[in-house]
Design a protein around this ligand. Structure first.
Ligand code: PMP
Length: 362
């Protein structure tokens, strides 16, 4: 059995996906070529691409007026690409709920007049800035929100309804670290982007799902390869897309469908998160600092009461086949990322180790 991998990303992938990719490495479906060796314009790859796009659309129930773009540049790339396409050089409001949205605000400042609508910086990014408290400007071209903060483990359990807050700007969400872990309410979203390397597949692929009316307004300086209109008009093949990453993403989408889709995944993710947080809260030896209503189902940072035990905790975890539990360097402590591909068994194994360690050191 492979160890359980709690990396925040690049992260664990479903084993059947890896096995299928290995089996198809040298010869995809009798074509005589591996997927990495195929022209992106050939019928073989086009069939892979079209299937992946259709599966993603059905998994996330993406409405017809949204385009799905397969891009490159990662989440940080989108921090520039979004304002280049949507800001028209005007105002952008950003909600800071952790390290990633803070970076989004800083990057957008290069292209737009950015204001922080709300921030949880003063409490170390452990609370959830409540939508009712956001200071939104009438002229904002869009409002940016990181719906799941990977480093600080803060997640919006519901997307804000900007219209109900009296704001007509579209909501942009960076959903890199929880895409496909729960449904997305498209009525509340204008654009969603996500790097693939957490819940979808290999690094190098970035998904952008954007409402059609937001396409076609890029600043003149926007690189053609990053202009949503150019990308959309060319079916994500203006330049060579990350073909192998799209193929793996497609296998993950098929795996997700076989698991029962996003609703079934969400139910499992809830069970996994309840098990882990439930134990951490009861334990006495461990602590998660995030306010309960803002706790991420995907990324669970936690601390040992005695930080001098960190190294021995990590070494023991590794011995038990529990990998990559070290917290992000800016936060310290531990972090367990429990994405879609982490089975309940993995979380049970982690909790068993946490108990065992607490017994020995409590
Ligand atoms: N946003 C979020 C929420 C992330 O978790 C990450 C990566 N950890 C990024 C953006 C940055 O992604 P990339 O490294 O692909 O640019």
């Amino acid at each position: 059995m492979r160890p359980y991998n709690f990396s925040a990303g690049p992260a664990v992938l479903p084993e059947p996906v890896l096995a299928q990719a290995a089996a198809e490495m040298l010869d995809w479906h009798g074509s005589g070529m591996g997927v990495m060796e195929m022209s992106h314009r050939g019928r073989e790859f086009i069939s892979i691409y079209e299937q992946a796009e259709a599966d993603l659309r059905s998994l996330l129930a993406v409405p017809a007026q949204f385009r799905i773009l397969f891009m490159q540049g990662g989440g940080l790339g989108e921090n520039a690409i979004v304002p280049l396409n949507l800001s028209r050089g005007g105002q952008v409001d950003v909600v800071v709920s952790g390290a990633w949205s803070q970076k989004s605000a800083a990057e957008a400042r290069r292209y737009a007049d950015v204001a922080v609508a709300a921030s949880n910086e003063t409490d170390g990014h452990t609370s959830l800035p409540a939508p009712a408290s956001w200071q939104l400007r009438d002229g904002a071209r869009y409002v940016h929100l990181c719906s799941n903060e990977t480093i600080h483990g803060v997640e919006y359990q519901q997307l804000p309804d900007l219209a109900a807050l009296g704001c007509s700007a579209p909501l942009v969400i960076d959903c890199s670290s929880h895409i496909l872990s729960r449904p997305i309410d498209w009525q509340r979203v204008g654009l969603a982007f996500a790097g693939a390397q957490k819940n979808i597949g290999p690094a190098g692929l970035t998904l952008v799902i954007v409402r059609e009316d937001l396409i076609g307004h890029a600043l003149p300086v926007c690189p053609s390869a990053f202009d949503y209109k150019t990308v959309a008009d060319n079916g994500s093949m203006f330049n060579t897309p990350p073909t192998y990453a799209i193929y793996i993403a497609g296998l993950v989408f098929q795996w997700l469908k076989a698991q029962g889709g996003v609703a079934a995944m969400e139910a499992r993710n809830i069970a996994k998160a309840e098990l882990l947080y439930g134990y951490l809260d009861r334990s006495g030896l461990y602590r998660n600092r995030v306010a309960p209503e803002g706790r991420s189902r995907m990324n669970v940072p936690f601390f040992l009461h005695d930080e001098r035990l960190n190294d021995s905790f990590l070494a023991g975890a590794k011995e038990r086949g529990l990998l990559q539990l070290k917290g992000h360097k800016s936060v310290g402590g531990m972090r367990a990322s429990i994405y879609n591909a982490m089975p309940l068994d993995g979380v049970q194994a982690l909790v068993a180790y946490l108990k065992d360690f607490a017994q020995r050191h409590g």
